[in-house]
Design a binder for this molecule. Structure first.
Ligand SMILES: *[C@@H]1O[C@H](CO)[C@@H](O)[C@H](O)[C@H]1NC(C)=O
Length: 478
């Protein structure tokens, strides 16, 4: 009894296995080699027709979760491989764009227009997969080797080298065959038994039940990202959005002005490090390998202007130390600094688009918004503070001087030495243009007492008039 039941169970199990084996055969015909990436997001199937020409049939399938997917033939690394790349079409979201490319190094492959192929049925987007079926007539068995020892596949080889790669998990679509791509987030190597696929001229079959057969996964690497590009962005955003504006503020604060040069020199060093990473990143992508895109040209310009900025700052300082007068270098430094900040921010915005990461450009916009708001606040605040002071009569001024400084501690103007200069309000520097006349007219005090007050210990660039607005506008208020 027990044995009979066991026997029956065994028969049932055998029948089940046989049935599933049959099903597998339908999804995995023996005349093809099939590669399924470990998590199933990429599949590649391959047959070689025995008809004496250079055709090959292939089917490439990539999950729509991925921005793009690719198989590289003829190599176990990028240089010299023929890349069959697939991404979604933009015009017709139910279709795909197939992009054959070549690369001779570890960088984004370049579109290879010489491949002659015929698109076959089943190509398109279904059930969460992009599928491309084709018979390739020319240049799929050999292609320009570009000085490498690669450049071909041996269709009689039982273990032909191949690689695969998957773009990041984000939506991406483009109709151009040479679309700009981001770096892969996963890649691996495998071998294809090509010999076993030789036979009838027919398209390989790929279904959701397909399994790897006639192929061997040799290596897999996940979590790839372009850390050089990330370092470039991090260094630049930190420098241009935080350090450099901070330095511009420091120079306006009497007690902290001496840190301006350290801060900005440090920022320049970080920018140069970021620049180096930017150069290294540039070699990775077709769009940047020529070094003539807007982002790159602007970047070179900003770096150049930063050296102008450094030179103007140093020259101004040396001259100012002798004369205690505003200098032309100071003016250049002021305006060049503003241009550097504006171009730097603009180039950050452009750069994220260039990296196909437009969403992060919003961070740049956000920070710029905050900075502009701060600058506006500074100007408005400065203008408001200006008003009562201009309206003070000459008689009351001396007496008010002390309390005035208490009540109006404009930090970038308050001075440690003003106690020793009785008649002086807290203006260490020369009057801005147009200032003397009105102050003389209302008799606030005579102009010379403004002029002579450059302090000995003051070691900054701030003798240049504050052009942020407030001190330029006294006439409006008199
Ligand atoms: C789908 O795309 C392929 C090439 O990528 C093209 O040959 C084919 O005509 C397209 N099909 C449709 C319906 O647009």
């Amino acid at each position: 009894m027990l044995f009979r039941n066991l026997w029956r169970a065994a028969l049932t199990a055998a029948a089940t296995i046989a049935a599933s084996a049959l099903a597998d055969d339908a999804a995995n015909p023996t005349g093809q080699s099939t590669f399924i990436s470990p998590d199933g997001t990429l599949a590649f199937a391959f047959t070689v027709p025995d008809n004496g020409n250079t055709d090959i049939y292939f089917s490439l399938r990539v999950s729509t979760d991925r921005s793009w997917g690719a198989v590289g033939l003829g190599s176990d690394d990028m240089p010299g491989a023929l890349f069959l790349i697939l991404y979604r079409s933009k015009n017709n979201h139910d279709n795909v764009t197939f992009s054959p490319r070549l690369a001779y190094g570890n960088y984004e492959p370049k579109y290879y227009p010489d491949l002659k192929f015929e698109v076959l049925d089943g190509t398109g987007v279904q059930d969460g997969f992009m599928t491309f079926n084709a018979v390739c007539h020319e240049h799929c068995r050999s292609w320009p080797s570009g000085g490498t020892s690669k450049g071909y596949i041996d269709v009689s080889s039982p273990n032909q080298q191949a690689i695969y790669a998957l773009g990041g998990k984000e939506s991406f679509s483009d109709d151009e065959v040479d679309a700009n791509l981001k770096m892969h987030s996963e890649h691996g190597t495998f071998t294809i038994d090509m010999k076993r696929t030789q036979g009838r001229a027919d398209l390989p079959v790929l279904t959701k039940d397909s399994v790897s057969e006639g192929t061997t996964l040799n290596s897999r690497s996940t979590g790839n990202f372009d850390w050089k590009a990330a370092a470039h962005a991090a260094f630049m955003v930190f420098s241009f959005m935080l350090l450099i504006p901070t330095g511009a503020i420091l120079i306006r604060i009497e007690k902290l002005a001496k840190f301006h040069k350290f801060n900005q020199t440090f920022a320049l060093c970080l920018v140069l490090a970021g620049f180096a990473f930017g150069i290294l990143t540039s070699f990775n992508y077709q769009r940047s390998r020529g070094f003539h895109s807007l982002h790159q040209v602007l970047g070179f310009l900003v770096i150049l202007l930063m050296f102008v900025q450094l030179a103007a700052g140093v020259l101004h300082h040396l001259k100012w130390r002798k004369t205690k007068q505003p200098t032309t270098f100071g003016k250049i430094h002021l305006w060049n600094g503003r241009i550097v900040m504006i171009l730097g921010a603009a180039n950050g915005y452009i750069g994220f688009g260039f990296a196909l990461d437009r969403k992060y450009a919003l961070i740049v916009l956000g920070i710029v918004f905050v900075l502009v708001m701060c600058a506006l606040g500074y100007i408005i605040w400065g203008a408001k503070r200006q008003m009562p002071r201009r309206q003070q009569g000459p008689s009351g001024f001396e007496g008010l001087n002390h309390s005035y400084q208490q009540q109006h501690p404009e930090p970038w103007r308050s001075t440690s030495y003003s106690a020793t200069v009785t008649a002086a309000p807290a203006y260490p520097h020369d009057p801005p243009p147009g200032y003397e006349a009105p102050s003389a007219q209302i008799g606030l005090q005579n102009a010379t007492s403004w002029k002579g007050n450059t302090p000995g210990g003051r070691d900054s660039y701030e003798d240049e008039p504050l052009n942020l607005g407030s001190s330029q506008k006294p006439r409006e208020f008199t």
